[in-house]
Design a protein around this ligand. Sequence first.
Ligand SMILES: [Zn+2]
Length: 164
Amino acid sequence: MNLETLNCNSCGAPLEVATSANFVTCQHCSTQLAVRRTETAAFTEELEQLAEQVRDLIREGKIADLDRCWERNKQRYLTTERDGSKSVPSEAKAVAWAVVMIVAVLAWTTAAVAMGAKEFLWVGLVSLVIALYRGIDGYLRAKNYRTAHRRYLRRRAQMDFGLG
Ligand SMILES: [Zn+2]
């Protein structure tokens, strides 16, 4: 059996290790060590540290999964702008849009009816209902987006602290 002399990565004590060994327990401090060999060197690493690294890798993988999932999920809530770009919906914008539309429709309908075009009353009413519906729809979408975004951020924070 060939022996090589390595140092304990925890306490620094010299260790006689068989060249075929992958694991060794330090006789001085009882730390469990993994023997790592490269082409040019051999050294020891604490098993606890290795386990820690593996746990970190798993956590990073889970966070990356969560991020990907959110990126996909988020598309459902985004508003498509006229130029084709997507934007995060906003409750304030939805309400402001509805108010502007309703005021415009009311002004337009009132003017038309005042000029004697009574049939425009119906067009005005239908336009009002559409403006109201679109306003509420936009508002709810923005609200749902914010709820989903908060949930995602909370889960991500939990994972960052190693709780998730
Ligand atoms: Zn040791």
